[in-house]
Design a protein around this ligand. Structure first.
Ligand code: C5P
Length: 211
């Protein structure tokens, strides 16, 4: 079989610990042969819209993402070609004019709330993971992060959570759990789950004659 990177999808609600799972796997591989693609960076470009309109966008709906571009980029990485990854600005609610040059790697972690929602993305994955964390923990993490890192107020985070994030989670994110091969409770702190994942990734790499 020809050489082809392994793709791991890591889904789960906002604040579930997807990023820490991705980071834990990344660190196991020493950062040499692995890369992380964040679905968030592939939110549709909204630079043509006024700021007020961007504020009103539903960022928890599948249609908010430019999955066409994401899929195009994954196909390039699968052919061991580099990509120019978009950069997302959470304060301006749009794609920035910068891009990051990303070299192909043997392991691709695709992380995001709705990466298991699109069948085309699921079909590209070797392992599908859902990080399952209680809603109270997720909202606490989100409050701290959005206020400290994404320039939001307490009131705006609560309002967005109640009116958009929670209903969209129940409608679109949570149902994708059924597509997961592995459900990880509590994310990156779960050492057993991370070790199992790393062992499995190594086995797939060997199978694909990469290691
Ligand atoms: O990192 P995390 O998985 O939490 O990122 C996804 C969340 O980012 C979504 O739940 C969405 O509500 C939020 N988001 C936002 N403002 C944007 C883009 C995304 O609050 N401009």
């Amino acid at each position: 079989m020809g050489k082809k990177p392994v793709v791991i999808g890591v889904a789960g609600g906002s604040g579930s610990g997807k990023t820490s799972v991705a980071r834990a796997i990344y660190e196991h591989f020493g950062g040499h042969s692995i890369l992380v693609l964040e679905q968030d960076f592939y939110y549709k470009d909204q630079s043509h819209l006024p700021f007020e309109e961007r504020l009103r966008t539903n960022y928890d709906h599948p249609l908010a993402f430019d999955n066409d571009l994401l899929i195009e980029h994954i196909h390039k990485l699968l052919r061991y070609e580099p990509i120019e990854k978009p950069v997302y600005d959470y304060k301006l609610h749009t794609r920035s004019d910068k891009v990051i040059h990303v070299e192909p790697k043997d392991v691709i972690i695709l992380e995001g709330i709705l990466v298991l929602e699109d069948e085309r993305l699921r079909d590209l994955m070797d392992i599908k993971v859902y990080v399952d964390t209680d809603a109270d923990i997720r909202i606490i993490r989100r409050l701290l992060r959005d206020i400290n890192e994404r320039g939001r107020t307490l009131e705006s985070v609560i309002e967005q959570y109640v009116t958009v994030v929670r209903p969209m989670h129940n409608q679109f994110v949570e149902p994708t759990k059924r597509y997961a091969d592995i459900i990880i409770p509590e994310g990156g702190q779960n050492r057993v789950a991370i070790d199992l994942m790393v062992t499995k990734i190594r086995a797939i790499l060997e199978q694909k004659s990469i290691l």
